[in-house]
Design a protein around this ligand. Structure first.
Ligand code: IMP
Length: 430
């Protein structure tokens, strides 16, 4: 008999950088496996444990829990140099990466020229080569981890890909000659190091589920950066929304018990693209400074703005959130009043085009600020009443419960609300 699913997906409800890393880390202890399902080293989780800081870009943060397995699913694109740099740093900190990490043999391999080819793309990407690697995947010319591990096949595919990409680079006038023999040799050496961690990840996860083990699926980027559902073309090249967890790992939708969205108490975006509630004034600067809103991968200042209810409702619709986790509430501590966008004037739903998104006129309601510190508070009743009202207001307007609130970067700076769907999914049944 099949056991009841107890696997959950956790992902960003906005444009990424919602603080998923801390929450995944917090929840990891209740799961046997943490799996990433899309993206590459364009993502960046900063996790603080005591005075130790870990920036994880490719490896799921569950790896920091001894004995837990971390899986890199087929939906990712992997720069082996980035992966091994991260693995080495973790090993040096005492993490058993070889023992805990499993890498899908169907994930795609990212090459140095993917960064060159990204020069054609001008939407403010992270310049890591992510989009061009996914282009090769969709173009059916990509090289997968399983190909990398087979020296004979790798040589043939590598040489074909070099010919193809040279043609494309020349056509766009961005050709940069590279020492391909050296790159090939370097990747052959990477293959030797990666090989012990590679497996058929769908099979690995399927076997684990059959044994009753549980999986926490960790999304990277965020809903509005999803290739299909985000603010196209100002998006990343993968399926960041909840559906991506299934296609990006090979675990079927019937095995998912619940979906958690992570949202800031305000909103940010990095890179170009429409941003209806962007605060281009001193208030936006204040959020950036107080919230330390600078990209963890590129260091770019993040664009900051006000909580966007229609965006969150859209995000809840395409993901099917059971509960929301609200992060960085303390960043709003000093504000006298807090604008919240409650509707887009005259527009229902989320416009599909950039022109439509740029025409949005946000309608704001202004909520009283609490002007006292919420930093580190771990019980709801200890929050100032205006902060509790803010949370209640957002719950009512978005239609999604807020089951968890983060009030600082440390694990213990978190409010977990018992009796919520969040509590049930993340803790009660574990
Ligand atoms: P790419 O993923 O590098 O192709 O970039 C596409 C868009 O996604 C750009 O606007 C990036 O700034 C954004 N992006 C990619 N990864 C992240 C992330 O982890 N957090 C926030 N934005 C991201």
């Amino acid at each position: 008999m099949k056991s009841l699913p107890n696997n959950i997906i956790i992902l960003g409800a906005q444009w990424g950088d919602e603080g998923k890393g801390k929450i995944v880390d917090l929840l990891s202890h209740g799961f046997d496996i943490v799996a990433r399902y899309q993206g590459g080293h364009n993502a960046g989780h900063t996790i603080l444990i005591g005075d130790r800081k870990f920036v994880l870009k490719l490896i799921p943060s569950g790896i920091l829990h001894p004995g837990k397995r971390a899986v890199i699913g087929n939906g990712l694109v992997i720069d082996p140099a980035a992966l091994l740099t991260e693995a080495d740093a973790l090993e040096a900190a005492g993490v058993d990466v070889r023992g805990q990490l499993r890498i899908s043999n169907r994930a795609h391999v990212l090459f140095p020229w993917h960064r060159t080819m990204e020069k054609r793309i001008s939407i403010g990407t992270t310049s890591r080569g992510i989009g061009p690697c996914y282009e090769d995947k969709a173009g059916r010319r990509g090289i997968r981890i399983s190909d990398l591990l087979d020296p004979r096949i790798f040589r043939v595919l590598f040489d074909c890909l070099v010919i193809e990409k040279t043609r494309i680079e020349e056509a766009f006038g961005i050709h940069e000659p590279m020492d391909y023999a050296a790159i090939r040799a370097e990747y052959e050496a990477f293959a030797v190091r990666i090989q012990p961690m590679v497996c058929d990840a769908a099979q690995f996860l399927g076997d684990a589920l059959a044994k009753g083990e549980s999986v926490l699926f960790e999304g990277a980027q965020g809903t509005m950066l999803d290739l299909d559902h985000g603010t196209y073309p100002f998006v990343t090249s993968s399926s960041a929304t909840a559906g991506g967890a299934c296609t990006g790992t090979g675990v079927p939708p019937t095995r998912i018990a619940g979906i958690l969205g992570v949202s800031k108490a305000y909103i940010t975006r990095v890179g170009g693209g429409p941003f209806p509630t962007e605060a281009l004034d001193a208030a936006g600067d204040a959020i950036r400074n107080r919230g330390n809103e600078f990209g963890s991968v590129t260091g770019r200042p993040r664009r900051c703005g006000w909580f966007d209810v229609p965006l969150l409702r859209y995000s809840a619709m395409v993901n099917g959130f059971d509960s929301l986790i609200m992060t960085k509430l303390d960043v709003l501590d000093e504000l006298e009043r807090i604008p919240v966008c409650v509707e887009y004037r005259g527009v229902s739903g989320m416009p599909a085009t950039v022109a439509g998104l740029e025409r949005i006129e946000p309608v704001y309601e202004y909520l009283p600020g609490w002007q006292s510190s919420t930093e580190g508070i771990s019980h709801l009743e200890d929050l100032p009443s205006a902060a509790r009202d803010y949370i209640k207001f957002l719950e009512n307007r978005t239609g999604v419960e807020i089951g968890c609130i983060s009030t600082g970067p440390e694990r213990n700076q978190t409010i977990v609300r018992s009796g919520t769907r969040f509590y049930e999914l993340a803790f009660a049944s574990r």
